[in-house]
Write a protein that binds this ligand. Structure first.
Ligand SMILES: [Zn+2]
Ligand SMILES: [Zn+2]
Length: 363
């Protein structure tokens, strides 16, 4: 199916590619700490994976073309590009690893080396090196057995697997729509992975977890040297927007671990500038943080453009809003997050645009 998608995509797109708007790079101040929003992709394969021939040069070029500030390379059981870490032509390159264990695929980020082992032991080994651990595609390729919140995050959307989720009819619709509009065609394929998001909600009830989008880009599906699922398209469809205190590897990893980030389906519309926070007399919190409940607690949601905001509490939809900015009084403690949808498509119903991380309003 991946090959079919790649062939249809290549036939449709020719040599052209998808380009999101320029990164907005908004700056915010919360509780006297300054954060900068940076945008990029996590979960990228290269020639150090058995199923990719991509190179660092192609990745840097695609990152610049897609206006991505950072790229996290995660080869299968390899950190072959570890020496490439750092700033390269304006792109922050971080090298993690996608570890295959019998129970799941685990993205490790911030470690040097861990031997292959059971899921629990690999997580312990990664944590002993202060690395973060994210379960990739928990319901596809290798379904995550026995989910538990000992990890730090969940890949709640995997761009590389959009084709297999779409099915034959979805791919035919993609090819048909392409001739009207590339944006309409990609919107037709985009849909939230509801089972992964529900898993994130249920495990977040036990421990704070981070939701990310993984590109799972391989860049060489098909017959080399034709890179059919090219990096630029995979880097442009959905991205992680991360609030960092510094433009560095350590700050990026720390921010992802804290959940100071959100997912933007930027090909639908650039989501840079989205902001979700809570405030009361105790202070302020952004997604990933906790704040003690008081009667004066408010949530605030700001969008760069109008959208349909759905507010979730403890995994349940509780409110809908349409517009651009909202102040929402909080009546009781709980785990709050938002999803935002856009609906101005000719050939598709409303589509997921933004997924925030969770703010925990505690007792
Ligand atoms: Zn995988
Ligand atoms: Zn992968």
């Amino acid at each position: 199916m991946k090959y079919l998608f790649a062939l249809i995509l290549a036939a449709s797109l020719g040599c052209t590619s998808i380009t999101p708007d320029r990164a907005y790079q908004s700056r915010v101040r919360i509780n006297d700490e300054k954060y900068q929003e940076i945008v990029g992709v996590i979960h990228v394969h290269t020639k150090y994976s058995h199923d990719s021939l991509g190179t660092l040069e192609q990745i840097i070029s695609a990152a610049n073309d897609s206006k991505s500030d950072f790229v996290v390379i995660t080869d299968h059981n390899s950190r072959g590009y570890s020496k490439a870490e750092g700033l390269d032509q304006g792109v922050l390159v971080v090298v993690g690893e996608e570890l295959s264990v019998p129970e799941a695929h685990v993205i490790g980020l911030g470690h040097e080396y861990v031997p292959s082992n059971t899921f629990d032991q690999v997580i312990r080994d990664l944590h002993s090196q202060n690395a973060i651990t994210i379960v990739a595609h928990p319901f596809s390729s290798k379904k995550w057995k026995n989910p538990s919140p000992i990890i730090d995050g969940i890949e709640v959307h995997n761009t590389g697997k959009m084709a297999s989720r779409a099915g034959i009819l979805g791919l035919l619709k993609f090819s048909f729509l392409y001739f009207f509009s590339k944006r309409e065609a990609v919107a037709g394929l985009c849909c939230e992975e509801r089972n992964s998001i529900s898993l994130y909600d249920s495990l977040s009830a036990e421990k704070s977890l981070t939701a990310i989008v993984g590109a799972d880009a391989h860049a060489v599906l098909g017959i080399p040297p034709f890179a059919l699922d090219n990096y630029k398209d995979m880097f442009s469809i959905a991205r992680n927007h991360v609030f960092v205190s510094q433009y560095s590897k350590n700050s990026l990893i720390e921010a992802i671990k804290k959940g100071h980030c959100f997912i933007g389906f930027d090909y639908i519309s650039d989501s840079s500038g989205f902001f979700f926070a809570a405030k009361n007399k105790h202070g302020e919190a952004i997604s990933g943080d906790a704040l003690s409940y008081t009667i004066d607690t408010n949530l605030s949601v700001m969008l760069p453009r109008r959208g349909h905001v759905v507010l979730y509490k403890d995994g349940q939809r509780i409110k809908n809003f349409r517009g651009k900015s909202f102040i929402i009084p909080v009546k009781e403690p709980g785990l709050y997050r938002v999803e935002v949808y856009k609906d101005e498509f000719l050939f598709s119903r409303e589509k997921i645009w933004i997924i925030s991380n969770t703010i925990n309003i505690t007792l």
